[in-house]
Design a protein. Structure first.
Length: 302
């Protein structure tokens, strides 16, 4: 049984098609990334998963429970951290978390609430009114609310947007622990270095469609390759290597060659020496997820 099964989801708003046949399977225990530019449909998809929006067609299930026909069970299996800072200004942090438990028909579980607050550095704010918290602290409470009923599937929609480095580190340590304990994590983020470091598999959305779906390692290898950055003198780049040349980025004024494997480097250097080129400087830059993202969003290849 998959943690999250999304089958041919379409969502229309009058003439706008926000989602166009999205299908994904997230297995139990995965740390899964959902990436895309603004307007790609990520938040719409999460709203459908959470039962806050209704798809025009298609089906979504959480731990085997359909989010429409079996919505009560589906929502008990799911914790969602939204982008927006939504909170009740009349309650303290602890009261807010106790109320969240009540929404799921659960009695007080102060031991777990205390553990969550400790891991999110909220303990000294437990009796502070929500309206008196900073934006970063309110964000921590949103995360705590999503975790308070111990859901097996946790969806994080831009959880670190606009927060400080300390919270990001604290959050990822705690979420990483939950993932190691068996919780399934689905993450959307514009911090691509976070997705690269944390996610074992990634889907990329563009204009409501899945344009890439693979393991993070496979995406890095298949799409971007590596860059060999050179500063040359003595002779021009030999014709045999010009097919590998890619445009210079803003930080490098020399020659940049695309290499797909480390075994290609020595033949390239041999060709340069044979052509009379002098290598004044050499850097091998590994591909990162930003390279992959920009190439896929530019070409929409799957």
């Amino acid at each position: 049984m998959a943690a999250l099964q999304i089958t041919d989801i379409k969502k229309n708003y009058a003439a706008l098609q926000a989602l166009d046949g999205v299908s994904l399977t997230v297995e139990q225990g995965e740390f899964f990334g959902l990436l895309g530019p603004n307007g790609a449909g990520k938040t719409t998809l999460i709203s459908i998963i959470a039962g806050l929006n209704r798809a025009t067609s298609g089906h979504v299930s959480v731990m085997g429970h359909d989010v429409v026909s079996d919505y009560r069970a589906a929502r008990r299996q799911l914790g969602v951290v939204p982008q927006e800072l939504v909170f009740d200004p009349f309650f303290t942090v602890r009261e807010t978390l106790r109320m969240q438990l009540g929404y799921y028909g659960l009695k007080r579980n102060d031991a777990w609430i205390d553990e969550i607050m400790e891991n999110l550095d909220l303990t000294n704010k437990a009796d502070t009114n929500m309206r008196a918290l900073s934006g970063g602290m309110k964000r921590r409470v949103l995360v705590a609310q999503a975790l308070v009923h111990k859901p097996p599937v946790i969806v994080l929609d831009e959880p670190t947007a606009g927060v400080d480095v300390e919270l990001r580190q604290t959050l990822w340590q705690f979420i990483g622990r939950l993932n190691r304990e068996g919780h399934t994590i689905v993450l959307t983020t514009h911090y691509l270095e976070e997705a690269q470091a944390l996610c074992s598999r990634i889907a990329m959305l563009k204009a409501g469609k899945v344009v890439a779906l693979d393991t993070t390692a496979a995406l890095l290898q298949r799409v971007a390759g590596s860059q060999l950055k050179l500063r040359l003198s003595g002779a021009a780049l030999p014709a045999s290597l010009r097919a590998l040349q890619i445009p210079n980025d803003s930080s490098h004024t020399g020659t940049i060659l695309r290499v797909n494997d480390s075994t290609e480097i020595e033949p390239i250097l041999a060709s340069l020496r044979q052509a009379g080129c002098v290598i004044d400087d050499l850097q091998l830059q590994q591909a990162d997820l930003e390279d992959v993202f920009l190439q896929i969003m530019g070409g929409a290849q799957k």
